[in-house]
Design a protein around this ligand. Structure first.
Ligand SMILES: [Zn+2]
Ligand SMILES: [Zn+2]
Length: 205
């Protein structure tokens, strides 16, 4: 009887480990969960739309596995995150604000706002932008304010996500069809449909 129990346990153990293995094989590493944090009603609507397809879209880039995309309840951004002129939110202040609520590793926060956001770049102290990420810190923010075609929001999110989670820099090939191309102040999302082989490391740099 003891022997049978041992065999049964062994078989069970094998089944469990096989299942684990299959999961890893199906799932390209690294694995993460995406948290969409909307900061107003309009952003909440956009975030909800994107949440339905973001996992499949990111995984179709043939790079990583997304465990889940969770839509968080709408939160109000405090006025202390505004710029000096109180006209738009400072992107880095939003990122620092998000960091306070960031407790789990491999949980990537994407803040979403319909308000204008800005940062210090390209020789300007307060330059309006569409998104910003802390490289490799699983923390990024996007704004729909300067996004002409709202259908491209998933591309903007994917761009910031790759900065934030994969520590991926801008496209070394400056490929206009690559989602990771630097916007050069005026990103054309319509042309961007994929992540190029250079960004994925398939081509020698
Ligand atoms: Zn690229
Ligand atoms: Zn970028």
């Amino acid at each position: 009887m003891k022997k049978l129990t041992f065999i049964l346990l062994t078989v069970f153990g094998l089944l469990v480990s096989c299942n684990d293995k299959t999961e890893y094989l199906d799932c390209k590493t690294p694995v993460c969960t995406i948290l969409l944090q909307p900061y107003d009603k309009t952003a909440g609507k956009y975030a909800e739309d994107v949440s339905k397809t973001l996992k499949e879209r990111i995984e179709s880039m043939d790079y990583i596995c997304v465990q889940d995309v969770k839509l968080l309840p709408i939160k109000q951004l405090p006025n202390t995150l505004l710029n000096q002129a109180k006209t738009r939110y400072r992107a880095t202040k939003i990122l620092d604000f998000q960091k306070q609520n960031h407790h789990k590793i491999h949980h990537v926060i994407i803040g979403v706002t319909s308000s204008d956001i800005s940062t210090s770049t390209r020789g300007h102290q307060d330059y309006g932008i569409q998104g910003q990420a802390y490289l490799g810190q699983e923390n990024c923010v996007v704004s729909t304010y300067r996004l002409k075609n709202k259908k491209d929001l998933w591309k903007l999110m994917t761009h910031e996500f790759f900065h934030a989670f994969m520590h991926m820099p801008h496209c070394p090939a400056d490929d206009p069809t690559c989602i990771m191309q630097d916007g050069h102040g005026k990103p054309n999302w319509t042309k961007r449909t994929k992540i190029c082989n250079k960004c994925l490391g398939y081509d020698a740099q």
